[in-house]
Design a protein around this ligand. Structure first.
Ligand SMILES: Cc1ncc(COP(=O)(O)O)c(C=O)c1O
Length: 384
């Protein structure tokens, strides 16, 4: 059966007729920062107080002595690897399902990605796979907290430390999260943040590194210095990020409340297996909310058909990453079965975060849309 996006086929008007809300929000304090930049001309300077202030705030937020801003989360991962002196011939462990740029960053420094599986409940690198992936060439692990889930950093750090392996902790999707009692990004030797256009802290572009290690911090600074900063964040970007850092905890708490509501309201929907909620005492940070979609439990609709129907309802849902399972063995080594990574590639559906700052009724509208589409699918099964 070919599914059209016409409203009639889903029975009635879309549940959320306003469509996805815009991002970023029109915050007064961000607008004031922009007006101030225009007034005092600091937007046109190479160096000024805003980058310094942002780096101080990021260091405070992560309870570390050093934060360094840069031009993107992607370049931050590469700088982290360079700072750790990872290079030609080294191996770096990476989940088979992750942001594609992380694979490229490992290649960019001349190293070889070694792929391991993920934990299907949190979409993150499974710490239990590391031991079997390690070879004499293994020098580092790049581990990302994805889709509202968080990696088991306590186990991962212990295994890495035992073997003298360094850890780059990618917190691009989870600024302000608390993972196993520590700020996300501070379990590893170095943590990475993104300020890309859709991110929870945004300047359109931008990134940062956080670390406790003075020598690592200095090496990266020196690497960036080419007579001027080679990968800088501008004063303008920093000025609009500063007020956002002050709102982050409050907004993360609202998003977490909304996600709890959504997962509670949708718990009975058998076609959907959601990301696990944070453990007691921890805090999640939701850039995306993930589920695995099992079409066999809803009329055998494909993921694409299901997502098209949800989008027609006005809900900002999409697929996840494409993963690295098809990368040639000349470019990487596969160190474990990648069964869960493959499932994540095939089955992940993601809700984009802006709606999580809306009122509780918007969350119930999403629940209604999910129920409506799944009920319709069950009543109109795919005929083959
Ligand atoms: C897990 C992860 N790492 C790194 C990045 C890269 O960040 P940027 O877009 O700032 O380069 C992203 C971007 O979505 C991401 O999701």
């Amino acid at each position: 059966m070919v599914i059209s996006n016409s409203l009639a086929i889903h029975g009635g008007p879309p549940v959320n007729p306003l469509g996805p809300p815009s991002w970023p929000p029109r915050d007064d304090d961000v607008q004031r920062a922009m007006a101030q930049l225009a007034q005092d001309g600091s937007w046109g300077r190479y160096h000024g107080p805003h980058v310094t202030e942002l780096e101080r705030r990021l260091a405070d937020l992560h309870q570390v002595p050093h934060a360094l801003t840069c031009s993107s989360g992607t370049i931050a991962v590469e700088l982290a690897l360079r700072g750790l002196k990872i290079g030609t011939g080294d191996e770096v462990i990476l989940a088979g399902y992750d942001f594609s740029g992380n694979f490229r960053c490992i290649e960019a420094v001349g190293a070889v990605p070694v792929l391991v599986d993920i934990d299907p409940t949190n979409w993150c690198l499974d710490a239990q796979t590391i031991a079997e992936a390690v070879s004499p060439l293994t020098r580092a692990i790049v581990v990302s907290h994805l889709h509202g889930g968080s990696a088991d950093m306590r186990t991962l750090s212990a295994v890495a430390a035992e073997r003298g392996i360094r850890v780059v902790e990618d917190a691009c999707q989870v600024p302000g999260a608390v993972v196993q009692g520590r700020p996300a990004g501070t379990w590893g030797d170095i943590g990475v943040l993104s300020f890309g256009g859709s991110k929870l802290l945004t300047a359109g572009r931008g990134g940062a590194l956080v670390t406790r290690q003075e020598d690592l911090f200095q090496r990266i600074k020196i690497y960036c210095e080419r007579g001027n900063d080679a990968f800088p964040l501008s004063e303008m970007q920093a000025a609009i990020l500063v007020p956002q850092t002050a709102r982050l905890a409050e907004r993360n708490a609202i998003r977490e409340t909304r996600v709890r509501q959504l997962l509670d309201e949708t718990a009975h929907l058998e076609a959907l297996s959601p990301v696990v909620l944070p453990a007691a005492g921890d805090r999640a940070s939701y850039y995306k909310v993930a589920w695995r979609y099992d079409g066999t439990r809803s009329g055998d609709w494909s993921r694409a058909e299901f997502l098209a129907a949800m989008q027609a309802e006005g809900v900002a849902m999409d697929v996840g990453f494409r993963g690295f399972l098809r990368r040639s063995s000349r470019r990487c080594r596969q160190a474990s079965t990648l069964e869960h990574a493959q499932n994540a590639v095939d089955q992940t559906i993601l809700l984009h975060h802006p709606v999580l700052l809306e009122a509780a009724e918007s969350i119930s509208q999403i629940t209604e849309a999910l129920k409506k589409v799944l009920t319709f699918a069950a009543a109109n099964p795919f005929a083959g």
